[in-house]
Design a protein around this ligand. Structure first.
Ligand code: CA
Length: 530
């Protein structure tokens, strides 16, 4: 635990003497701690990054991070929902330990976070974009944060405690503008920096930039094999309110009131009295908030969407049309993230910062892009259990390295601490990923990962509470919500789409018992008491 103390002291002395200048030796350079740019997007599925899959979109800039660094093929979250995942990332601990179990429960900002630890270790720390916790994380020198979910256009930022007037522009671009300003401020500093560059996109309701609207409605994407899932043998999946077939026609599909005055969608808000009517109003307000030039750019798009809706409404084509509409907007939101990440990577090259700057890209969790007929996340099924993870750090990682080991979002905090030569508190539940950087796993790397989703049935999307374990091949899910109690078992090699629950299959009795034992062991190891 004290492995970095000597080095840190050495750096403090160096900094105090002001030696990091023209006379800097190779040894000094080696000792200088790396900068960190932690890029996170919101609800970004692995399948919407071409480093993982080129089926849906090309993301050349995100791919640079993987191609010039390391791609984690098996990267997962501990609780697949926005704010709890962010709390897990910041603390390096599962939800039951850090306390942020669902979007409504409070996050105690006074607990240990890696941002504050790096700040205390001498890093200049900053945040640009969405954090989605009630309080800004502690230990930041500079921040420009969205409030809650934020808006896609003309967002309101809180700048170091001051709430600013709405800023005209597209949020993904604005967040990047501010991140670049921070990089320019730090470019010539001897102090290492750690910047959280955290996008709102591609979170629902997926509003593309005006510059990406032209031609967007002509794009067509392949339908996933499970778009018309019947949910046989999976009662919790059958009960969930997150089907593309039930999306809001207004806020999700962008049909304005003139073309559809009575939104038929449930949008995951059936638990909420007046849900769909209120959510429709939310979208109309977002359109009303556009500046006249932005609105003018949207109008032809909105008119064509409205006319198309009136043609397909109630026909056999409706679900396919809804899926295409969803993909068009979601992937355009991703494209803007990719374009803007490219601006940051270009700046790192131009400024000479690239060699000594760790760039990490992840999302707060994955997302359903039509698999099982769904949008949204929450379930322990693959598409939302997974999250993208890529790390570029030329000093330590060879270009084009890939890793297949099971890694978690709680591993990011200890990884960054180790790379910053900062002490890793023993109570962290994640493991540093540094031992994987040469592409081979230590013998004692984890064989199973534990997952738990807490939000109750009487909430958005009606997903039953569950927990489970996943190994390389098999996954066990235990639903604990009253009315949905039971287990599901999947063989991911034979059934990667998780369509066949084999919990009662006698051929898998040994695997079932092994996974049930692993679940008990993980609960004990991780101090899960309820
Ligand atoms: Ca999210």
């Amino acid at each position: 635990m004290l492995r970095s103390a000597t080095l840190y002291l050495f750096i403090l002395i160096l900094t105090a003497c002001g030696t990091a200048s023209d006379s800097e030796t190779d040894a000094d350079q080696a000792a200088r701690r790396p900068n960190i740019i932690f890029i996170m997007s919101d609800d970004h599925a692995q399948r919407a990054i071409s480093a993982y899959s080129d089926e849906l979109i090309q993301t050349p800039n995100l791919d640079r991070i993987a191609n010039e660094g390391m791609l984690f093929h098996n990267s997962f979250v501990t609780n697949s929902i926005c704010a709890p995942s962010r709390a897990a990332i910041l603390t390096g601990k599962y939800s039951h330990i850090n306390g942020k179990i669902d979007n409504l429960s409070p996050f105690d900002p006074n607990q240990w976070t890696f941002t504050e630890a790096l700040h205390d270790a001498g890093y200049r720390t900053s945040l640009f974009g969405k954090h989605h916790l009630q309080e800004i994380p502690h230990g930041l020198d500079e921040y420009r944060a969205l409030i809650g979910q934020g808006d896609y256009y003309n967002p309101t930022f809180i700048h170091n405690g001051d709430t600013l007037a709405p800023t005209k522009g597209y949020t993904t671009t604005l967040i990047t503008d501010y991140a670049l300003e921070e990089l320019q401020r730090n470019a010539d500093s001897d102090q290492p920096f750690m910047m959280l560059y955290w996008h709102k996109a591609p979170h629902r309701n997926w509003m593309p930039d005006t510059s990406d609207l032209d031609g967007l409605l002509d794009n067509e994407y392949p339908e996933p094999a499970t778009l018309r899932d019947d949910y046989a043998g999976r009662p919790a999946a059958a009960n969930a309110d997150m089907r593309i077939a039930d999306m809001f026609v207004s806020q999700d599909l962008k049909v304005i009131e003139e073309y559809e005055p009575n939104d038929p969608g449930t949008g995951g808000a059936t638990f909420w009295e007046g849900g769909s009517a209120q959510m429709a109003r939310y979208f109309y307000n977002e359109i009303d908030r556009l500046h006249p030039d932005q609105r003018a750019a949207w109008q032809p798009f909105l008119d064509r969407v409205g006319r198309e809706w009136q043609q397909v409404k109630g026909t056999e084509e409706e679900l396919s049309w809804r899926y295409q509409r969803y993909m068009q907007d979601y992937l355009a939101s991703v494209k803007s993230v990719d374009d803007n990440v490219g601006r940051v990577l270009d700046y790192l090259d131009e400024s000479g910062l690239a060699d000594n700057t760790i760039v990490i890209y992840t999302s707060d969790q994955g997302f359903y892009l039509g698999e099982h007929g769904w949008y949204d996340k929450r379930f322990m099924y693959e598409e939302s259990h997974r999250t993208p993870l890529m790390i570029r750090y030329p000093a330590r990682i060879d270009a084009g390295t890939t890793v297949d080991e099971l890694v978690l979002n709680i591993d990011i905090a200890p990884t960054l601490l180790e790379l910053a030569d900062t002490l890793i508190p023993e109570e962290l539940q994640g493991y540093s990923l540094v031992p994987l950087f040469d592409g081979e796993a230590p013998d004692d790397w984890r064989d199973f990962i534990y997952y738990r989703y807490y939000q109750q049935m009487n909430s958005f999307h009606r997903v039953a509470r569950h927990e489970g374990v996943r190994g390389d091949r098999y996954k066990l899910i235990h639903f604990t919500e009253p009315g949905f109690e039971g287990y599901e078992l999947y063989d991911l090699d034979e059934d990667p789409n998780e369509m066949e629950n084999r919990i009662d299959d006698p051929d898998l009795t040994a695997e079932k018992e092994r996974l049930q034992s692993e679940l008990r062991e993980k609960r004990r190891e991780l101090e899960v008491t309820d």
